[in-house]
Design a protein around this ligand. Structure first.
Ligand SMILES: Cc1cc2nc3c(=O)[nH]c(=O)nc-3n(C[C@H](O)[C@H](O)[C@H](O)COP(=O)(O)O)c2cc1C
Length: 387
């Protein structure tokens, strides 16, 4: 058993274990990947203030996100195709999140269905929807999520059209993988992954096949996806989705002050400052760099969460110190899932928690709720370099 001390250790194991097509799917950004890279490198520009001789005993990372108690200010971000990273991946990740005490967000584009995840977990999870055209499908999706007792709805608003990731096109990404000479050669080197996958029936998009009109089998899914997304989305439509759900709504994919204000106007209970992990608009600024402006605009009016680029507890601390009530992690837990299944996701959360807790102590803080800008040292122009 390898010794795992940081998220990067999990990424290395993940890379060895999972077919290239699915590793590349997670570990890439759109076009030149500038935004993908800066999501992580911008965290490094922010430094921490070391304080000493402060009582650091009895520390707490516990807080609340949209009214739910959580063990630390983290939720697992919605990630499509988890069941291709590891067999039954959504169930494994949801169980690890439940064990740890943080919310799991199930993506619409998951392999395991809402009902399947609900029947294999005991705590409510969050459900993520894209803003699709088909009202009937959307209403049924909302009803299914309600029936499954999902405690919050995450509406992703930054994917009206899709940013291109070159490697997905070149690899012919599909679930399950299409068999080509290149994919067969690669799959032959991933025997443990393949044996696990042969033992599960969950290999297709569980929320869509058999539920969306005209999608009875995987072969009709491609044309449905191309048609399903709504390029004409506007705020009135977002408000309509908001009104269909009688619980907390989190709008994910806000990266601009003006959009943050609009999100409040349509009644969002929280927003996620996010650029989709650098997978959509290449050339957009990183989430962490946009966070201070958005906090200034709406920080006192709504709960602000942040994702994109978090790979350590120090990153979580920086986001919270800049005002985020919570964070979402995507790749940091996907690496764990691909590397070691449920145990790997739990390991990712343990690593992040340990780093957050120790870093908090070394900053002279006992309670995550007391973190603030006083804990940070920032370049003078961090917020203003690009106007
Ligand atoms: C492989 C992959 C698949 C994703 N699928 C979805 C999805 O189905 N729905 C969604 O709202 N966001 C999706 N995202 C974006 C994540 O929810 C999140 O915004 C992003 O991963 C955060 O960046 P990080 O990976 O650097 O933490 C996906 C991200 C990755 C890496």
């Amino acid at each position: 058993m390898p010794v795992i001390t940081e998220i990067e250790d999990l990424r290395r194991i993940y890379r060895r274990r999972v077919p290239k097509m699915f590793y590349d799917y997670a570990e890439s950004g759109s076009w030149t990947e500038q935004t993908f890279r800066e999501n992580t490198s911008d965290f490094e520009e922010i430094r921490l203030r070391q304080r000493i001789a402060v009582d650091m005993a009895g520390r707490s990372t516990a807080t609340q996100l949209v009214g739910e108690d959580v063990a630390m200010p983290v939720a697992l971000a919605p990630v499509g195709l988890l069941g291709m990273q590891s067999a039954d991946g959504e169930i494994k990740a949801a169980r690890a999140a439940e064990q740890f005490g943080v919310p799991f967000t199930l993506s619409t584009m998951s392999i395991c269905s809402i009902e399947d995840v609900a029947s294999h977990t005991s705590k409510p999870f969050w459900f993520q929807v894209y803003t699709l055209k088909d009202d009937d499908f959307m209403k049924r999706l909302f009803a299914r999520a309600k029936e499954a007792k999902c405690s919050a709805l995450v509406i992703t608003v930054d994917l009206q059209v899709m940013g291109q990731r070159h490697r997905d096109v070149k690899n012919g990404l599909s679930a399950p993988p299409k068999l080509t000479p290149a994919s067969i050669a690669n799959l032959a080197t991933k025997v443990p992954w393949g044996l696990e996958m042969l033992q599960t029936k969950r290999r297709f998009f569980g929320n869509i096949i058999g539920h969306a009109k005209g999608v009875k089998d995987p072969s009709s899914l491609g044309s449905w996806t191309a048609e399903a997304f709504d390029p004409s989305l506007d705020w009135a439509r977002i408000k309509q989705f908001r009104d269909w759900w009688d619980g907390p709504v989190i709008l994910k994919g806000i990266l601009d002050e003006e959009d943050a204000k609009q999100a409040i106007n349509v009644g969002a209970d929280a927003i996620v400052v996010s650029n989709h992990g650098g997978r959509q608009l290449d050339g957009a600024l990183s989430s962490i760099r946009m966070l201070p402006r958005i906090m200034d605009a709406v920080g006192d009016k709504t709960e602000v969460h942040l994702d994109s680029g978090i790979r350590s507890g120090q990153d979580i601390l920086k986001a919270v110190a800049l005002g985020a009530k919570g964070t979402m992690v995507g790749r940091a837990f996907v690496y764990g899932l691909g590397a070691m299944g449920q145990e790997g996701v739990k390991k990712s959360l343990d690593v992040l928690h340990k780093e957050l807790d120790t870093t908090m102590a070394l900053c002279g803080e006992r309670d995550v709720k007391d973190l603030g800008r006083h804990n940070l040292l920032m370049p003078e122009d961090f917020e203003t370099r690009w106007r």
